[in-house]
Design a binder for this molecule. Structure first.
Ligand SMILES: Cc1ncc(C[n+]2csc(CCOP(=O)(O)OP(=O)(O)O)c2C)c(N)n1
Ligand SMILES: [Mg+2]
Length: 547
């Protein structure tokens, strides 16, 4: 057996169940062997999108996402998606063919290890036929257990060599997370006991650590309100004291309540400028406890009073136990009035002046209508751009794994791939890909992928015929605005051309097409929504602060 085949077999044994990629000669054997072994292959049209698909798949399923690319240009094409996954700490394995060490004049040769390291990925290599299986196992464990995006380089000459050992691989179960230090739990419990208005703010670490249940139990014990960072949106959906997203997308009600908290307990959240609205959502005299598995994350973005190095669920359980032992607990923030304010304080409850015209629809009106139309069991992936606030604020999701927000690199053009990955992870529900026209054109090839896979994907393009984010940012320098505006295009027709359904939406009644699509959803529907370009989200300014 050749090493390339053995690598594929080992990955199936380790748990690889889906592979997204673009096949070239260098990754043909490994990818086709994976597919034949049960890790079914999804052909993307661009490598960056393939990595986004694996990323979206990992976020939606909680499994390791796997992607596969050709050497050289296959790998360099993948880098933007890889940067996003690496910054998001998505457990992901990118299999990349590589030129043999001796092929110094190969056209395909670039320093792949350096390129991957430059965007924050961990780099592993199948070094020799003898070490191949251990190399694969090490890369898998790094992705799964250390929550890293790992590139496994597969030199062509090593792939083609005979495997000298019997192929078998098992990484063992993931290690148990460390228990929080008793002294840290005790200090945090002291702050909780003194607090009258505690808030629990959960981030990506709480989603990955499946911490919902224990965080809710802790919050109920101490009377805390609940909120999430944007990436953890949906974690506390359905809880009467869930404020939704903290930060730039927070509703006025949520922002007001959060800013009045006297203690913020962050779990697996970096407490960055987006989440705290540049500090405005944490009162200056509020205590701050930060729980994170990564010691370096603690205190990195703002001052904290107590840092707890631990998994979110373990720390929440430890705190609950300690508070019960002390006989502490209480009403905290909670009252029927507050629950009522929260229930009536969602974005969709805020009054606004509908700015729809004869030919365009107000993006808020559009999104609220979609929220009403779509089944509650839905997933949502959002690309980057000015439009992104509308789906994030007005389209509700009922759990955090149903929300894919790949904004760690703030790149446009990644949302469609991520949505495809999320839809592959759970084809039983509708997945919404919320896109701008700019991001859609950047990833256009993947419309064909979505159509070919016959996924129940609703692609909502907030089409303002512009790089709206730039238009709104540079209104004071109008001399260049024509460079970021484009002619009108028919994206619904493009969808139909590749085998999807397509509809142009200028008014609410055009959404009837979505209703009838929902009845069969046997292929994607592209909604080319001509949105009123003058409705500007207040969050946009945040995107430009601090680079
Ligand atoms: C890959 C990449 N290129 C450029 C940018 C800068 N940029 C940020 S938003 C944006 C415009 C996005 O346009 P569109 O997708 O139509 O969304 P809109 O802002 O119009 O709602 C651009 C070009 C970026 N973030 N990422
Ligand atoms: Mg646009």
């Amino acid at each position: 057996m050749h090493v390339g085949q053995a690598v594929a077999g080992a990955l199936v044994d380790l748990g690889a169940d889906r592979v997204f990629g673009v096949i070239g000669s260098g990754n043909y054997v490994v990818t086709t062997t994976l597919d034949a072994g049960g890790a079914r292959f999804v052909a993307a049209r661009h490598e960056s999108a393939a990595v986004c698909m694996a990323d979206g798949y990992a976020r939606a399923s909680g499994r390791v996402g796997v992607a596969s690319v050709h050497q050289g240009p296959g790998l360099t094409n993948a880098l933007t998606g890889l940067a996003e996954a690496a910054k998001s700490r998505t457990p992901l394995l990118l299999l990349a063919a590589d030129t043999p060490a001796a092929a110094v004049h190969s056209n395909f040769r670039v320093d792949q290890a350096a390129a991957c390291a430059a965007v924050g990925a961990a780099v592993e290599r199948v070094h020799t036929p003898h070490s191949a299986l251990q190399d694969v196992e090490r890369a898998w464990r790094r992705a799964r257990d250390h929550r890293r995006s790992v590139v496994l380089l597969l030199p062509l000459d090593v792939q083609a060599a005979e495997l000298p050992q019997a192929p078998a691989a098992a990484a063992g179960p993931p290690p148990r997370s460390p228990a929080p230090a008793p002294a840290a739990i005790s200090e945090a419990a002291d702050l909780i006991q003194r607090s009258r208005r505690p808030a629990i703010l959960a981030g990506r670490g709480a989603v990955g650590g499946d911490a919902r249940e224990r965080l809710v139990a802790l919050a109920d014990e101490i009377g805390a309100v609940l909120a999430t960072s944007a990436v953890a949106n949906g974690l506390f959906a359905g809880h009467p004291y869930d404020l939704g997203i903290s930060g730039s997308f927070a509703s006025p009600t949520a922002a007001g309540v959060l800013a009045s908290a006297d203690l913020v307990l962050g779990f697996g959240a970096s407490l960055n400028n987006w989440t705290t609205k540049h500090g405005a959502l944490i009162a200056p005299d509020a205590g701050v406890v930060q729980v994170d598995l990564d010691e370096e994350a603690i205190g990195a973005r703002r001052r904290v009073d107590v840092g707890v190095v631990a998994d979110a669920a373990e720390a929440a359980g430890g705190l609950l136990e300690e508070l019960r032992r002390r006989g502490a607990g209480g009403q905290g923030f909670r009252s029927p009035e507050l629950a009522d304010r929260i229930a009536r304080g969602r974005w969709r409850d805020q009054p606004y002046q509908d700015a729809s015209t004869e030919t365009t629809i107000d993006p808020r009106t559009l999104t609220i209508a979609l929220d009403d139309l779509l089944p509650a069991d839905r997933a949502l992936a959002v690309d980057s751009g000015h439009f992104m606030g509308w789906p994030v604020m007005y389209l509700q999701v009922r759990d955090a794994r149903a929300f894919v927000f790949n904004q760690a690199y703030q790149s446009i053009g990644l949302g469609l791939g991520a949505a495809i990955g999320a839809a592959v992870a759970d084809p039983g529900r509708v997945t919404v890909a919320a896109l701008g026209d700019g991001g859609t054109f950047m990833s256009l090839g993947e419309l064909e992928t979505a159509a070919r896979l016959q996924l129940p994907l609703l692609l909502v393009v907030y089409n303002d015929d512009a790089y709206g984010a730039e238009v709104h940012h540079f209104t004071d320098r109008p001399e260049g605005l024509e460079l970021v505006r484009f002619p009108e295009t028919d994206i619904a027709a493009i969808g139909r051309a590749v085998g999807a359904d397509g509809v142009t939406v200028r008014a609410l009644e055009d959404l009837k097409a979505v209703e009838s699509w929902l009845a069969h959803r046997d292929r994607p529907l592209v909604v080319d929504a001509k949105v009123t370009p003058t409705v500007v989200g207040a969050w946009l300014e945040e995107a430009f602060r601090g680079g």
